[in-house]
Design a protein. Structure first.
Length: 372
């Protein structure tokens, strides 16, 4: 697996602070970095008070739904008449996502610490960390970290177990995950009853995401006000978020930014978009349109028309062998209104793969109101 990149200046590094630091995987290395201090503090605090701190911080589930974490914990029965369970959803199976995998790879004790704090807050004696079956390296690292933590006795009376999935995508759904732990087929359950009333083995259960629980120790040690201050837009969206960037980009990887950070800035200003691929959309204001066209070396067009300019592919200079795009199915079948720039190529202002290149360009003039 790839090695994490160095943090970008625009990142807010909290959960990913020790990504790439192999010593942080060990119990001794984690305690040197302040690990398990939050757990020791939480175990001395009333479970209701711990829940209130997380609720005040505004932490929301990082598994996709974004439900308030503290509120979710508060749904568990206040009077403990039966056993309570905590399930950690580490069955990260969505294509292109790998944030939970990296947390388990580099900071396994952060997840274990957050899991124990959450178990204490909901009065659970047992916690299951359900890890995706294909995660061979994270499983090995988590297994070693759990053995070290148990040997140190940091969990008190709380029992933490690892449960390995069998490659079923549907087990990322919380009720299917519980069925899988019970040894049943991983099919979703009908709600109600909800897990807080009848979950794992028919007992009260809470299910949280890996990234969600990894943030809990920071909230306990630094306070709810600190976490709440990490916000750039909606006051209900607080803290940082790990974004998995992959595909046709220069620097794939996980990027941790404060919620409210514009994704456009992450892709463009952080230089993630790969050079040599571009799309010029002329449906802008007049000044913006001209500026973008000139930046790509394209000619101006008459008022009232829209120039649909598209970079087809970067090619190296080959005299007499200019490549042009295939026929555009959206264009007029008669070819009327189409024009090709002389030479069918535009000189790139940047570089591609270390060399100057030619970008083959095709553009079509259309009426200003027509959709393209």
């Amino acid at each position: 697996m790839g090695f994490p990149h160095k943090p970008h200046p625009k990142e807010t590094v909290v959960l990913s602070q020790y990504f790439g630091d192999a010593d942080a995987r060990t119990y001794k290395g984690w305690t040197k970095r302040g690990g398990y201090q939050a757990l020791a503090q939480a175990l001395k605090t009333d479970p209701v008070a711990v829940t209130d701190i997380v609720k005040e911080s505004g932490l929301r589930g990082r598994g996709g739904a974004g439900f308030p974490t503290g509120l979710k914990w508060s749904f568990m029965p206040k009077e403990k008449k039966r056993a309570h369970y905590l399930c950690v959803n580490a069955d990260e199976s969505e294509p292109g996502t790998f944030k939970d995998r990296e947390i388990m790879r580099w900071t396994p004790h952060a997840l274990l610490e957050g899991t124990a704090i959450a178990a204490h807050a909901i009065r659970a004696e047992v916690a299951y960390i359900y890890i995706r079956g294909e995660f061979t390296e994270p499983w090995t690292i988590m297994e070693q970290a759990l053995a070290e933590a148990n040997a140190a006795g940091v969990f008190g009376t709380i029992k933490v177990y690892l449960h390995r999935g069998a490659g079923a995508y549907i087990c990322g759904e919380e009720t299917a995950l519980m069925n899988s732990i019970e040894g049943k087929r991983g099919n979703p359950r009908i709600k109600p009853p909800f897990p807080a009333a009848a979950g794992l083995f028919g007992l009260p259960t809470t299910i949280n995401n890996v990234e969600t629980l990894a943030a809990v120790p920071h909230i306990i040690t630094r306070g709810a006000a600190w976490y709440k201050s990490l916000c750039l837009s909606n006051p209900k969206s607080t803290g940082t978020k790990l974004f998995s960037v992959c595909g046709h980009v220069q620097r794939p990887g996980n990027y941790e930014v404060t919620l409210g950070f514009p994704l456009k800035d992450l892709i463009y200003d952080a230089r993630l978009r790969r050079r040599g691929r571009a799309r010029v959309d002329a449906r802008l204001g007049r000044s913006d349109r001209l500026r973008r066209l000139r930046r790509h070396g394209l000619p101006d067009h008459a008022p009232g028309e829209v120039l649909c300019a598209r970079v087809v592919r970067p090619v190296h200079a080959m005299p007499g062998r200019h490549r042009v795009d295939d026929e555009d199915p959206r264009a007029d079948p008669s070819g009327a209104g189409e024009a090709e720039r002389p030479g069918s190529a535009a000189r790139s202002r940047g570089e591609h793969d270390g060399q100057n290149d030619l970008r083959v360009v095709r553009f079509v003039r259309r009426a200003g109101g027509e959709r393209h």
